[in-house]
Design a protein around this ligand. Structure first.
Ligand code: PBG
Length: 319
């Protein structure tokens, strides 16, 4: 008989043989930056998560830095939206101003800028629309301009989340041309057309006005295809890879971990957060234990870093 229980008999010995742990430096905290002044608005479907205007960012960034979180992921919410999402590449746009503000006041923070058009377009799609179609190649120059503009504002990492083909190569070339050859690309390579993004779209005002994202985001049923997407992004010059969503996609993370040696990031998305919050509010689950269990499962599956709305809470619990 094997005595597995020998290594489980006390917390001391369990800690000693533990294979995976969560550290504060694993966590990336997403921030929604709204255009305007004096804005601190809680997102109804994401209790504890707020939109902040640039002038109100300090309140949250003080908490982020005090708790030892080292990286934030920025999403801008502009007032003006148009067909081609021109605020996305406005050097004075809300996201660019937020980046400049953060780099000025909190230079120690790693600022990751999400690059996509959906928060900036009037139709809410991640690319340019022609005759009801989200056209791929025409979208690439817009994404490239947005990436360069964000790098110019001081973003440390560019994270394209649009799922157009060829965008990593296009963005890499544009960044290099503009002299930003040292700015890494963290690509959302395997991003699925998931129902778990619902609350985010409330938070970012990015719900598509017509149709859905299934012609560009991946079919939720496909794991092998996810490997081909990652392979291609690596070929095109991605430095780091995001897999999104996280909770129902541990198999994708595990496969990716076995095949790729670059940093892998899990995105624990809005719907995953809201489900936990809702159940915890009703007293149906132990929030802290459930959140830490989810995070541990992502590390166990192979994630190096985790983007999560729970980051502040986790940092407090483990810090
Ligand atoms: C933008 C984008 C989305 C998310 C991150 N970047 C929404 C979408 O693709 O509809 C979702 C994040 C979340 O749900 O937490 N394309």
């Amino acid at each position: 008989m094997k005595r597995f229980r020998r290594l489980r008999q006390s917390e001391k010995i369990r800690r000693f043989v533990r294979e995976n742990e969560i550290y504060t430096q694993d966590l990336i905290y997403p921030l929604f930056v709204a255009e305007g002044e004096g804005i601190t608005v809680e997102i109804p479907s994401m209790p504890g998560v707020f939109q902040y205007s640039v002038d109100a960012l300090d309140t949250i960034l003080d908490k982020v830095t005090e708790r030892g979180i080292e990286a934030v992921l920025l999403f801008g919410i502009p007032v003006k939206k148009d067909e081609c999402g021109s605020e996305a590449y406005n050097d004075n746009g809300v996201t660019q101003r937020a980046v400049r503000r953060i780099k000025e006041k909190y230079p120690q923070l790693l600022v990751i800028a999400d690059v996509c058009l959906c928060e900036y377009t009037s139709h809410g799609h991640c690319g340019i629309v022609r005759g009801g179609e989200i056209v791929n190649d025409e979208t690439l120059p817009f994404l490239s301009r947005a990436a360069v503009s964000l790098a110019r504002a001081g973003a440390d990492i560019i994270a394209p989340s649009d799922m157009m083909d060829g965008r990593v190569a296009a963005i890499r070339a544009a960044l290099d041309d503009a002299g930003f050859y040292l700015v890494p690309i963290m690509s959302y390579s395997a991003k699925f057309a998931s129902a778990f993004y619902g609350p985010f779209r409330d938070a970012a005002g990015s719900t598509p006005r017509f149709g859905d994202r299934k012609t560009y985001q991946m079919d939720i049923a496909n794991a092998r295809e996810a490997m081909r997407e990652i392979d291609d992004d690596v070929d095109e010059g991605a430095d780091m890879i995001i897999i999104k969503p996280a909770l129902a996609y541990g198999d994708i993370m595990l496969r990716a971990r076995e095949r790729f040696d670059l940093p892998l990031i899990a995105y624990n998305v809005s719907g995953e957060y809201s489900m936990v919050k809702a159940a915890a509010e009703r007293g149906w689950i132990d929030e802290r234990r459930v959140v830490l269990e989810i995070m541990t499962s992502l590390k166990r599956a192979g994630a190096d870093r985790i983007i999560t709305y729970h980051a502040l809470d986790i940092a407090e619990w483990i810090g």
